[in-house]
Design a protein around this ligand. Structure first.
Ligand SMILES: [Cu+2]
Length: 147
């Protein structure tokens, strides 16, 4: 019998909203997701794409969420033939460029959710930029893809 393989058919809900004061730099946030932590684990990863169409470069200094105790900016790096995660102090988003946080590369490392997160649940993430603005967006919890 023909077995349909379920691909990555998860619809990413893309809603970028500006909170507080207006951003001096225009950043477009798309392709957002937060993976559901594995059973018994209290760590998760978040992905998003940041598009900076302005003439000014900005740095992402940190990310916060009311649903997580702590979020770190991480990248994957090859160390002695092994893929390891490294923590970044900040993330550069140069003028006119698109920075993707995606599996195998840059990501938000999200620690200690306030409760067990269900698939489909909404998560708010606040991006703290070097120009003293905070950009908030809402995304959804997605299941960890089957290997
Ligand atoms: Cu990480």
């Amino acid at each position: 019998m023909f077995k349909m393989k379920l691909g990555c058919a998860v619809a990413m809900f893309v809603t970028a909203t500006l909170s507080g004061h207006a951003l001096s730099v225009e950043l477009k946030i798309t392709d957002t997701a937060v993976r559901q932590p594995l059973p018994g684990r209290t760590v998760s990863v978040g992905y998003l794409t940041i598009e900076n169409s302005s003439a000014q470069s900005v740095q992402l200094l940190k990310a916060t969420s009311p649903q997580f105790a702590n979020i770190e900016l991480h990248n994957h790096q090859m160390v002695d033939g092994m893929m390891k995660m490294v923590r970044l102090k900040e993330l550069q988003v140069p003028s006119g460029e698109v920075v993707k946080l995606q599996p195998g590369g840059l990501h938000l490392m999200m620690f200690r959710p306030t409760h067990t997160l269900a698939v489909g649940e909404e998560v708010q993430i606040n991006l703290h930029w070097s120009d003293n603005t905070i950009q908030s967006y809402r995304t959804q919890v997605v299941p960890v893809p089957k290997q």
